[in-house]
Write a protein that binds this ligand. Structure first.
Ligand SMILES: Nc1ncnc2c1ncn2[C@@H]1O[C@H](COP(=O)(O)OP(=O)(O)OP(=O)(O)O)[C@@H](O)[C@H]1O
Ligand SMILES: [Mg+2]
Length: 266
């Protein structure tokens, strides 16, 4: 209903945003550059950030930027199953029918990676998201699973993504075999105030906005309350639009941001 009130041709601030329309913030651009470095060097990289910082969005963008005749992306969020489901998922991702026992699965995955890289000249790119849900046993398994030709070559790219405490977990002494092999680490930073302003404008333009919907003070209030985290900006801005429409506010001001944030418990 707020769409009609604010003359928008589609809903802004949604998570269905197309990858090509993602806002190129400084952190987004920097992380893309780091991921491209990892692409060229191959090996293991880690991406961490607060909830809603934009990790999965950048990874999605990176995955789509890869030439499918040279790279095979296998994306796996750890929230969707058990560790064994994950190994089976890797097998399926590599185009193999998974075997039953873990030792056989490991061999199968390693052979799948080797054959893809050395014979078919395709680099497998494993993106393991929500890694904060993994346990130490699994982290240890990864260092064994991704050890090829006695660690002399990396026929793969592995990106581990998760909340910031993933880095602390990796720093623990029993995770050193994996930790020492990480060649790229990046912590996503929040948008600064100027970026929040441009981020909001960007979303509104994509939604076909024809006039200024948020006052500069409202934008400032959203920047302060969201601390620059994209998901929080989206939630706050959407609640402001709902509130503004309900109160028939043509322009959303600072007070409307505060009231709608309170109502939504943000
Ligand atoms: N650069 C961007 N441009 C436009 N929207 C973005 C951008 N980055 C993040 N978003 C939006 O913010 C929301 C959160 O982003 P995302 O899911 O990537 O965060 P995350 O860091 O993976 O969070 P979590 O830790 O909860 O998995 C998404 O709805 C996404 O569309
Ligand atoms: Mg995510």
């Amino acid at each position: 209903m707020y769409r009609a009130f604010y003359s928008l041709s589609r809903k802004p601030f949604t998570k269905e945003i197309e990858t090509k329309h993602l806002f190129p913030s400084k952190s987004f651009t920097e992380l893309m550059a780091r991921l491209n470095y990892l692409k060229d060097s191959r090996g293991i990289g880690v991406v961490v950030g607060e909830p809603g910082a934009g990790k999965t969005s950048v990874l999605r963008n990176f995955a789509l930027s890869l030439n499918p005749s040279l790279y095979k992306v296998i994306y796996f969020p750890l929230s969707t199953g058990t560790v064994m489901d994950f190994y089976r998922g890797l097998c399926y991702g590599l185009g193999e029918e998974p075997t039953f026992r873990k030792v056989d699965l490991f061999k199968q995955i390693q052979e799948g990676v080797t054959s893809l890289f050395y014979e078919k000249k395709i680099t497998p790119v494993f993106i393991l998201d929500e890694m904060q849900l993994s346990n130490n046993k699994f982290l240890n398994d990864l260092s064994i699973l991704f050890n090829f030709t006695m660690d002399s070559d990396n026929p793969f790219i592995l990106v581990l993504a998760g909340l910031p405490y993933l880095l602390d977990r990796l720093a623990l002494s029993h995770n050193q075999s994996l930790n020492q092999r990480i060649i790229m680490r990046y912590k996503v930073t929040p948008l600064d105030k100027e970026e929040v302003k441009n981020y909001i404008l960007h979303h509104l333009e994509l939604a076909g906005a024809k006039f200024e919907i948020f006052s500069p003070q409202a934008v400032e209030a959203i920047a302060t309350r969201s601390r620059g985290w994209p998901r929080l900006i989206n939630n706050l801005a959407t609640n402001c639009l709902l509130y503004g429409c309900q109160k028939r506010l043509e322009c959303i001001d600072e007070e409307a941001v505060i009231k709608s944030a309170q109502e939504a418990g943000l």
